[in-house]
Write a protein that binds this ligand. Structure first.
Ligand SMILES: Nc1ncnc2c1ncn2[C@@H]1O[C@H](COP(=O)(O)OP(=O)(O)O)[C@@H](O)[C@H]1O
Ligand SMILES: [Mg+2]
Length: 420
């Protein structure tokens, strides 16, 4: 609890942990707080985070997120009294994506208000005056504190058969998550011998997964940073060596540390798994927050996908079933299993269907571009956006829709009134 600044508790700035790769948007009411946040954003411990500071306080935040996705953290300043803050916060809660944290910077030292805010899901309430270090510490503790849940969500992609497009889908969805939600994404290419993440993003990384695997005792956020290859503002890859100078035999738990460190610093970690059934691939599939199975419309894919779905159901009885992506649909003259039959056999709905398009996918792969970069209007680009929404657990992007027309909260209130 950081209700008011306690001189003794301010602590040594040298013990501050770096803030992870989160997107932060702040809505301030006073220039003092805006300047304070800008100063915090320029501190080296915030260098991984993306911070945007604007004015307008809570009302501006509510208005803004009526038509835009919320970042990992929203910081709002309010000079108002308790009722005013609470009233606006309800509006903000209506438009916040799940997983978004809210921090309130207030000017009133009020324990009752603090408790009420925490009860309503606000992550932290801090009171001015604050120093720049207080701000960096308060943000860091949301993610590193003893009670903090791991920041990163892991999404594992696996193909029902080799070559059915699992990596292609994984990379395009990862790219789309970064683009659509402005969230940082890291692709971990776990197909050590043949992985294509670096090729697909036109990169030549000097190091990656193997260096991380070889030094688990050294592996922390800073070391991981050095092994990552940055593809864009939002996207980085931990590349596979894709060299055959050694054999890649690994133990069941060998990849645990990499994934643990990755998810402590990046909001979305995409695991591009090879089409293999080893103790470690099985473990990573079972442990992932979300699983995507990519399958092509033939019998071998159907059998393998069914086995994967059944195994996951048994190994993750308390999790949602995997998302099923039907890829390479509509190859001329090829007999294909229909999506409905596939879905029926697997007892799972098909989350997305991607048409076979040799020209567009072939060009994208050869040029090291994503489909969205080649042709943002291509039908598959839309499918990747849908999968980005699904795998991040986000709500639909409400681009272009004015908040005034957002009837969701209004309808919810009417329903509540009717019920009472
Ligand atoms: N929908 C599609 N249409 C045409 N080609 C595709 C499609 N999806 C993937 N491909 C191509 O198929 C090949 C294998 O894809 P890849 O993602 O490496 O498969 P996997 O990771 O499942 O082994 C790549 O050359 C890729 O460009
Ligand atoms: Mg692959």
């Amino acid at each position: 609890m950081t209700l008011a600044r306690d001189e003794n508790a301010a602590g040594d700035p040298n013990d501050l942990r770096p803030v992870p790769r989160i997107a932060i948007q702040a809505f301030c009411e006073t220039s003092d707080v805006a300047e304070l946040l800008e100063a915090a954003g320029a501190d080296r411990r915030m260098s991984r985070a993306h911070l945007k500071v604007q004015m307008g306080g809570l009302p501006a935040a509510v208005e803004f997120y009526g038509s835009a996705p919320t970042p990992n953290l929203v910081v709002v300043e309010s000079k108002g009294k308790a009722e005013e803050i609470l009233g606006h916060l309800d509006g903000l809660a209506d438009v916040c994506d799940p997983g978004t944290k809210v921090m309130v910077i207030g000017h009133v030292n009020d324990v009752v208000l603090y408790r009420e805010l925490i009860r309503r899901g606000v992550s932290e309430y801090v009171v001015m005056p604050l120093t720049m270090f207080d701000v960096v510490r308060a943000i860091g503790e949301l993610y590193h504190g003893p009670a903090a849940a791991p920041l990163g969500r892991t999404v594992a992609f696996i193909g029902a058969k080799g070559g059915c497009g699992s990596s292609t889908v994984a990379h395009n969805v990862a790219w789309s998550i970064g683009k659509t939600f402005g969230t940082d994404v890291m692709i971990t290419d776990l197909d050590l011998a043949w992985g294509t993440a670096a090729l697909d993003f036109n990169q030549e990384p000097p190091q990656g997964v193997v260096e991380a695997l070889n030094s688990p005792e050294r592996l922390d956020e800073t070391f991981l940073d050095r092994l990552l290859t940055k593809c864009s503002d939002q996207l980085s890859i931990l590349a596979a060596p894709a060299m055959l100078d050694r054999a890649y035999d690994h133990e069941e738990q060998d990849f645990d540390t990499i994934i643990e460190v990755a998810r402590s610093t990046v909001p979305i970690v995409v695991l591009d798994l090879p089409h293999q059934w080893t103790s470690w691939t099985r473990r990573q599939l079972r442990e992932a927050d979300d699983v995507v199975i990519v399958a092509a419309p033939d019998l071998a894919n159907l059998r393998n996908a069914k086995n994967l779905v059944d195994t996951l159901k048994a190994g993750r009885p308390n999790d949602a079933p995997p998302h099923l992506v039907f890829n390479m649909v509509g190859v001329p003259k090829r007999p294909e299993i229909k999506p409905e039959e596939f879905a029926k056999a697997l007892e799972l709905p098909i989350a997305a269907i991607i048409p076979f398009d040799a020209a567009v996918f072939g060009n994208a792969a050869n040029k090291g571009l994503m489909i969205g970069e080649m042709d943002a209007k291509h039908a598959s680009a839309e499918v990747f956006r849908t999968l980005a929404t699904l795998t991040t657990g986000r709500r639909e992007v409400r681009k272009g829709r004015k908040s005034a027309l957002d009837l969701g909260p209004l309808l919810a209130k009417l329903r509540m009134r009717k019920a009472s």
